[in-house]
Design a binder for this molecule. Structure first.
Ligand SMILES: Nc1ncnc2c1ncn2[C@@H]1O[C@H](COP(=O)(O)OP(=O)(O)OP(=O)(O)O)[C@@H](O)[C@H]1O
Length: 677
């Protein structure tokens, strides 16, 4: 081979580094090595010494006499890259990575692997890519007939639905900031255009987006406009292919976004009229409020809160939010801002560590807007009503308990407000255009569902939310693997090959560990949440004692570390059980519920109607549904819906951590991309 290594030749170069060397082998099983051979082109050769420039422009010199093993001639298909990676001669991790990189450098962000679309976030507008003429160019074209595009996938879902009279779904996945929401919006845009005739419903569906983003998105380190919830938008069509209505389902709103709070708070502070501002007692700056001054950066670059506010306000009007609903929403948001400013102080009460609430304008505004008295708010924060063997007792809250109550109240109210808004959008989108039910019509109610859901997460510190998110990703991975397996079976059958021997890597054992088999992790977390002496530490002990023999699980032997590791299909993640039980209980304190129940703010009470009803019917003492129960139920429903559809997959890739246009970080892409193949 050494003779072939002439100037101009393209090669693979194996640097041989493996950052996982020396690590615990069992934990490494599902991990991919972080370094794979890199591509390069030979620039010079003198005898045994060749010089080449790798794909990142770095120069190398090697002696092919001693290091020939590190070099391989590149297959011609990898030199310029291919639109469908199935056609790669070097169909391995290096080949995939280089292919995406080469295309990305040419502004080609879309690539196929068969019918799966891989989309690498360009972090810039690519001129002409989504114009009307592109929509027309992809109409009625088979996948592969034109260059890869998100419109091609959408068109195929649409024509598949029309032709096969079967519902379709598109699963959009990828880590935070990879472009899932943008892809989903582009698909909606395409469907609105493809369905021809423009009707009010298409505009309404598109108008739902700014509202959903304002209330459900926040700035995080990874994405300035990060959706803190998963969503499934199911668009129903008439038999002739016009959009009829849409249904939106939300999954798991993360109620404490990191860097900045939800956009809507900042938009409101910048955008409301001075008259409303006065009525709500609000200042203009987000730095005045405890819940909006968190995080380093209050402003998002290239984002104008005031303009965004008017867009949201306009969208709410278009979507028939009534004037009083509109004011109630902002009244409640203002109440939360003031409430977050209530000042708590340590105090000794009846010889116990207690809490005092300072009388200030924050307390007064919060009480007024929540429809309660300042006295009720003080009691809510400083004492807790407990029910012990049928008797009610009051206990004094120390400052940390009082802070927890304050925090839980804000999250509880905001979470319910968000669900109410999603519900409202669902009603609006399903009411318009929905005609008589077409019984006995084989086409009745066929739809295209777009799933935009959080990708696999592995941070430095992983908590309860990450376990839920990663569980959802395990479910989707299984769905994906089964689909690919089915396609292969079909192909083998077509070619007359016996297929009982096709091996495929299933992740059922991980799902069993987390949520299926008896004593699974979720079941133990649920159990411990209501165990009288259950704490995050006893939880860890229980998890360890039940699962320490498992190949897919490890727990720290020092319970105080509160750490356990699960080996997911995409790698191992170490979770910290701190806060697990409280997050899972998702309880809204009894005193907070009483406050809401007796509030003069009818909208607030309405948001809690199911809890209030449960309480007054006596079923309030029953174990409330934990977050895990609700989440697994909604995941099961989602999987049922997806399984009834013909699926498509869009895999979004984040090319760098700095949101920089056209920068391709090989390691990062490798970590994320390899998981799909
Ligand atoms: N096709 C695209 N063209 C141009 N820019 C894009 C494209 N896709 C994504 N972006 C840019 O990347 C940013 C992040 O994308 P997006 O919000 O869709 O990510 P996400 O995967 O939905 O993230 P999260 O899970 O945090 O919500 C967008 O705000 C936009 O600036």
């Amino acid at each position: 081979m050494a003779a072939q290594l002439g100037v101009g030749e393209f090669i693979w170069y194996d640097t041989g580094d493996d950052q996982f060397q020396g690590e615990d082998r069992p934990l490494k099983q599902s991990l991919v090595s972080s370094v794979v051979p890199i591509g390069g082109q030979i620039t010079d050769r003198k005898g045994r010494i060749i010089e080449f420039k790798d794909d990142h422009g770095k120069k190398h010199r090697i002696d092919v006499g001693t290091d020939l093993g590190k070099v391989k001639i590149m297959h011609p298909s990898s030199v310029k890259g291919v639109a469908d990676m199935i056609l790669l001669g070097d169909l391995n991790e290096s080949g995939i990575l280089r292919n995406l990189h080469v295309r990305y450098k040419q502004n080609t962000i879309y690539t196929y692997t068969g019918t799966i679309l891989v989309a690498v976030n360009p972090y810039k507008i690519i001129p002409g890519l989504y114009e009307q003429n592109q929509i027309e160019a992809y109409t009625n074209k088979r996948i592969g007939e034109r260059p890869p595009h998100v419109f091609a996938i959408t068109d195929n879902a649409y024509t598949g639905m029309m032709r096969n009279k079967m519902s379709q779904c598109v699963v959009v996945s990828g880590e935070s900031g990879s472009g899932k929401t943008e892809s989903t919006k582009l698909m909606l845009q395409y469907l609105a255009a493809a369905s021809g005739q423009h009707s009010a419903i298409e505009q309404q569906i598109l108008e739902s987006n700014p509202i959903l983003e304002a209330f459900g998105n926040a700035r995080t380190l990874r994405n300035d406009n990060s959706s803190r919830f998963g969503k499934y938008i199911d668009i129903q069509f008439t038999p002739s292919g016009q959009i009829e209505c849409a249904r939106i389902d939300e999954y798991l709103l993360e109620k404490s976004p990191g860097e900045r709070n939800f956009h809507i708070f900042y938009m409101m502070l910048s955008g409301i009229s001075s008259e409303t501002r006065q009525k709500l007692g609000l200042k203009t700056s987000a730095s005045e409020y405890s819940m909006t001054k968190v995080g380093a950066n209050l402003k998002v670059e290239g984002w104008n809160d005031r303009e965004e506010f008017s867009k949201v306000a306009a969208a709410m009007r278009i979507l028939n939010f009534k004037e009083n609903e509109y004011s109630r929403i902002f009244e409640l948001l203002a109440a939360l801002l003031h409430y977050s400013n209530i000042q708590l102080q340590e105090a000794v009460i009846e010889n116990n560590d207690g809490t005092a609430v300072k009388n200030n304008s924050a307390l007064e505004h919060a009480a007024r807007l929540l429809g309660a008295t300042t006295e009720t708010l003080k009691l809510q924060l400083t004492q807790q009503t407990l029910s012990l063997r049928g008797e009610t007792v009051k206990s004094i809250s120390n400052i940390s308990k009082a802070r927890d109550t304050l925090d839980a109240f804000i999250k509880g109210v905001y979470g319910r407000l968000f669900s109410w808004i999603v519900d409202k959008l669902r009603q609006v989108n399903s009411a318009v255009g929905k005609s008589k039910k077409r019984k006995n019509d084989p086409f009745g109610g066929k739809s295209i569902g777009l799933l935009d859901i959080f990708g696999f997460e592995k941070f430095e510190k992983n908590s309860f939310e990450q376990l839920c998110i990663n569980f959802a990703n395990e479910k989707l991975q299984q769905f994906f693997v089964h689909h690919i397996f089915k396609l292969e079976q079909e192909e083998y059958t077509r070619e007359g090959i016996k297929w009982d021997k096709i091996a495929f890597v299933d992740n059922q054992n991980i799902l069993d560990l987390i949520a299926m088999k008896p004593m699974n992790l979720f079941a133990l977390i649920d159990e411990e949440a209501f165990y009288p002496r259950g704490t995050d530490i006893t939880l860890l002990e229980k998890l360890r004692s039940k699962h320490q023999g498992s190949r897919l699980f490890a727990a720290s032997t020092n319970s105080r570390d509160q750490l356990f590791t699960v080996i997911h299909f995409a790698g191992d993640v170490t979770y910290n059980t701190g806060g697990f039980l409280e997050k899972n209980r998702d309880t809204f304190h009894a005193d907070s519920l009483s406050l809401v129940e007796n509030s003069n703010n009818k909208f607030l009470a309405f948001l809690f109607k199911s809890e209030i009803r449960a309480k007054s019917s006596g079923s309030g003492n029953k174990r409330p549904k934990t977050l895990l129960k609700q989440f697994t139920k909604s995941m099961d429903e989602l999987m049922k819906t997806l399984t009834a559809c013909e699926p498509f997959f869009v895999r979004c890739i984040k090319p760098n951590e700095t949101k920089a246009a056209m920068v391709f970080d090989r390691q990062l892409v490798h970590r994320n991309e390899v998981k799909v193949h």
